[in-house]
Design a protein around this ligand. Structure first.
Ligand SMILES: *Cc1c(COP(=O)(O)O)cnc(C)c1O
Length: 484
C-alpha cells in the first residue's frame, strides 16, 4: 500500500491547524503555572461534572480544540492542587515548567526504555551516575527509574531476598525459609505491602518502636534481631527511613548501618521523602550513613519537583540486582551490533518491560536548575517548616505534636474543654475546612493516638505568606467551628 494513501494514520491532515492548537495548549499550561496563586488550591468536583465522565465510549472523532476546552473547564480546575503554593498535604512535589516541557519532548519521541541501543537509555544512565555520586555509591552500582518509592522499596526487598536465599528463590520460592525483616513503626505502609507482595508475609516484618524523636529505637532493633535468631528464624533485611511520612524523622542511619554490618543484614533506606536532602549542604550531614546502604529508594517527584511519576531504586550490587530480574526470552535476544545491542537492558533490573522516558524530565531538571539551586530550594522548605513550628509555638491556641526534623510539621488546635476523642474529631474537621477554604491544604495523620494536622512543605512555590496563611486560616476556621 502506498503510504500517501494510508487512511489509517492518526497524524493531522492539516499540520498548521494542529500546530496552532498545540501552541494554544502549551500557552494555557504556562498561564496555569504562572498564575497558580490566583486559584484555589483545591475545590470539590461538582456532581454534574463528575457524572459527565461516565459517558459511553466515543465512536466518532471530536475536534482537538473541543477536547482541550473540556480539559480546561472540567479537569484542570479540579486537580488535587499540589502544584499550588498553598498545598501542604501528604508529600507531593509541585512540578516545574521545565519538567512539563521535558515531558512533552519525551512524549513526542515516544521512547520505550525497556532496552535496546538508544540514547534515551544513556540519559537514564547519566542520572544513575549522578545519584551514585550524590549518595557515595560505587561506580558499579545499578539503578532504575520506576513509578515511585513504593515500587522501588519492593524491588529492594526482592534483591535482598535473592541475597539471602540465592537466585534459586526465583524458581523454588521461599520453601521453609523463615525470613524476617525490620523497619520502624514510623515506616511507610509500602514496606509492609512489599513483604506481602514478596510472598514473605507481613507477619515477618518487625515494626520496631520509635524513640522520642520518632526514629527507630536501635536498641529495640538489636533485641528483636537477637530474639528472632534465638527462635531459629532468619533475619535478612532492615529498612531504615530517611524522612518518615508522618513527621519527617530521619533514622540514625550510621548506627543502623553498624548493626546491619555486624548482623550481616541487608540495609535498605526508604528515602522517598528525604534522601534528596543530600543536595543541600545543610541537610546532607543529617543523612550521614546513607552511603553505607545496600539499596536506596527515593522519589524525584517529591523534593526533586519532577512531574509525576519519577521514583528511583539504587542498588550497590548490580549483579545481585540483575540476577533478581533478568530472564532470557527469544524475542529479547541481545546482539553486539544493531538495535538489540547495549546489554544489559533496564528490563533486566526490574519487573517493567515497557518503560517510559522518565529520565528526560529529571535530566532537564538537574541540568537546567543545577544541583546547588535544587539544594537551596530543599533547604528553603525546611526553613519554612521551622518558621511554621515557631509560629505554632507562639500561638497559644495551637500545639506542636512532633519535633520538626525536616520539612513536615504536625500540630493541632487546642479546642477548649475537649477530651482526646473530641480533639481528634474537631481537628479532622478543621483539616477538611482548611482544604475547603481553597487557601491552604494540609492533610492529617495520627501520632500516639492524637490526630494531627500535618503540613509537609515540599513544593518549591510555597513561601512564608503561605505559612502565615496556614496559621491565620486555621485560627479563623477553628473560631467558626466553635461559633456553630
Ligand atoms: C511517599 C513515600 C513513599 C511512597 O512513595 P510513592 O512515590 O508514593 O510510591 C514511601 N515512603 C515514604 C517515606 C514516603 O514519603
Amino acid at each position: 500500500m502506498n503510504n500517501e494513501h494510508n487512511s489509517h494514520s492518526l497524524d493531522p491532515e492539516d499540520w498548521d491547524t494542529f500546530r496552532a492548537q498545540s501552541h494554544q495548549m502549551l500557552d494555557d499550561m504556562l498561564d496555569y503555572q504562572a498564575h497558580l496563586r490566583e486559584r484555589s488550591v483545591w475545590q470539590p468536583i461538582p456532581a454534574e461534572l463528575r457524572a459527565g465522565f461516565r459517558e459511553p465510549l466515543p465512536q466518532q472523532p471530536a475536534e482537538l480544540s473541543e477536547v482541550h476546552q473540556r480539559f480546561m473547564q472540567e479537569v484542570l480546575p479540579y486537580a488535587v492542587g499540589n502544584a499550588h503554593p498553598g498545598f501542604m498535604g501528604w508529600v507531593h512535589g509541585g512540578g516545574t515548567p521545565v519538567g512539563m516541557v521535558a515531558e512533552m519532548l519525551a512524549a513526542g519521541l515516544n521512547a520505550n526504555l525497556g532496552g535496546r541501543d538508544q540514547m534515551p537509555i544513556e540519559v537514564e544512565k547519566q542520572i544513575l551516575h549522578w545519584v551514585r555520586e550524590l549518595f557515595g555509591f560505587p561506580k558499579t552500582a545499578s539503578g532504575l527509574f520506576v513509578t515511585g518509592a513504593s515500587l522501588a522499596n519492593f524491588i529492594a526487598l526482592l534483591v535482598a531476598r535473592t541475597s539471602a536465599l540465592g537466585e534459586a528463590v526465583r524458581i523454588d520460592g521461599l520453601k521453609n525459609h523463615q525470613l524476617v525483616a525490620y523497619t520502624s513503626a514510623g515506616a511507610h505502609g509500602c514496606i509492609t505491602q512489599a513483604m506481602e507482595l514478596a510472598g514473605i508475609g507481613s507477619a515477618a516484618l518487625r515494626l520496631i518502636p520509635l524513640n522520642a524523636q520518632f526514629q527507630m529505637n536501635t536498641a529495640a532493633l538489636e533485641q528483636a534481631i537477637a530474639a528472632d535468631r534465638a527462635a531459629g528464624l532468619t533475619p535478612f533485611f532492615i529498612a531504615a527511613t530517611s524522612g518518615t511520612v508522618d513527621v519527617g524523622a530521619i533514622d540514625d542511619l550510621d548506627t543502623i548501618a553498624d548493626i546491619a554490618q555486624r548482623e550481616k543484614l541487608w540495609l535498605h533506606i526508604d528515602g522517598a521523602l528525604g534522601a534528596l536532602g543530600m543536595l543541600s549542604p545543610d541537610i546532607a550531614p543529617r543523612l550521614a550513613g546513607i552511603n553505607r546502604a545496600d539499596s536506596i529508594a527515593f522519589d524525584f517527584h517529591k523534593w526533586g519537583q519532577a512531574p509525576y511519576d519519577a521514583g528511583f531504586i539504587l542498588v550497590r550490587d548490580a549483579e545481585l540486582h540483575r540476577h533478581t530480574f533478568a530472564s532470557p526470552a527469544a524475542y529479547l535476544r541481545r546482539e553486539t551490533r544493531g538495535i538489540a545491542a547495549n546489554s544489559p537492558w533496564p528490563c533486566d533490573f526490574g519487573p517493567d518491560l515497557s518503560r517510559g522516558f522518565r529520565a528526560l524530565k529529571v535530566w532537564f531538571t538537574l541540568k537546567t536548575y543545577g544541583a546547588a539551586q535544587l539544594g537551596e530550594m530543599i533547604s528553603g522548605t525546611c526553613m519554612l517548616a521551622n518558621h511554621l513550628a515557631e509560629r505554632i509555638a507562639a500561638t497559644p491556641q495551637l500545639e506542636l505534636l512532633a519535633p520538626v526534623a525536616l520539612n513536615v510539621v504536625c500540630f493541632r488546635y487546642r479546642f477548649p474543654n475537649s477530651d482526646t476523642a473530641s480533639l481528634n474529631r474537631l481537628n479532622a474537621e478543621l483539616a477538611i475546612r482548611l482544604q475547603e477554604s481553597g487557601r491552604v491544604a494540609p492533610s492529617t495523620t495520627t501520632l500516639n493516638g492524637a490526630l494531627a494536622i500535618r503540613a509537609a512543605i515540599v513544593n518549591h512555590r510555597t513561601n512564608s505568606t503561605d505559612i502565615d496563611s496556614l496559621i491565620e486560616t486555621t485560627l479563623l476556621c477553628a473560631l467558626a467551628m466553635m461559633r456553630t
